[in-house]
Design a protein around this ligand. Sequence first.
Ligand code: GDP
Length: 356
Amino acid sequence: ALTIGIVGLPNVGKSTLFNALTKNQVLAANYPFATIEPNVGVVNLPDPRLQVLAGIFSSERILPAAVSFVDIAGIVRGASEGEGLGNQFLANIREADAIAQVVRGFADDDVVHVEGAVNPQNDMETINAELQLADLQTLEKAITRYEKEVRGKKLDPAVLEAAKAAQDALQRGELLSGSALDLAPIAELGLLTAKPFIFVFNVDEAVLTDDARKAELAALVAPAQAVFLDAKIESELIDLDPEEAAELLASTGQDESGLDQLARIGFDTLGLQTYLTAGPKEARAWTIGKGWKAPQAAGVIHTDFEKGFIKAEVISFDDLVATGSVAEARSKGKARLEGKDYVMQDGDVVEFRFNV
Ligand code: GDP
């Protein structure tokens, strides 16, 4: 499954956000190191198109796409040297496909800031430095091993070269995701700063409604994407019915919850999109990568669909809505039969034809 690891300093609101993410009540305590065990929460990708499809096909249920989040203990300055919980927990995000960095932007004298003051830029630098140090440690160990293996002619020297180039970049203070290096040969190392980042600014209402301040913060992290939310409001939203939730959001100047934004931007950062299937049983979104061709997309439903792929009947969501039914779409020439080289588009409504 595709997973986003949540990192951040202690007391920035990770647990509060994670509670909202999972609708579970994991420990949210007002002291550092409260969250020790990694937790996994699965969040649905909101997709209003599914409701519409379920209406057209009289589907019994709706199955949206999902993104998983792993909650990680807070990172403090010196984590890579064994401060706080040490960095052994960083292993939990090695497997993640992307990293969501939660940054505190809310002011509250009752909530201790581990570094003394609320300063988003400073906090991000602390976290980045710890992730860089963790990567350097990983690389140092790997390079020792790689050197032996290259001497014994058991390893392609290109792997060692890639590791050394990554080490140089980190020592210059770079994040690997921003470098132009080819990291494919050392993908097995799961280097943290090589993963795409999303920045989640946990702010209060004053910032949520302040577009200029949000633009300033977004500029600090560009080209990475920024999500602005109030973790406390998010955890209140999950207990409200949809109408009340919409009202609360509107009162803070938002038209979409932070969690929905996070799922959407997470999806985008991971380079994902969805195609849709629908019938009387279910209306469903399937997760694929951008640029995937029809057979590979069919394989997400079942490997047999990929192996025996013949054709895909594709109607774009908009055409289906405009014509009102598959039969109408066919008679108006809006249903296309696509072959194995067809590149899937987001929102394609598909029925695969295949041999068994
Ligand atoms: P973590 O250590 O990063 O997991 O942080 P927590 O989620 O445990 O939050 C630390 C404290 O900050 C708790 O007392 C939360 O209630 C509080 N908190 C979290 N988010 C917000 C927020 O958006 N506004 C305010 N005022 N307090 C928050």
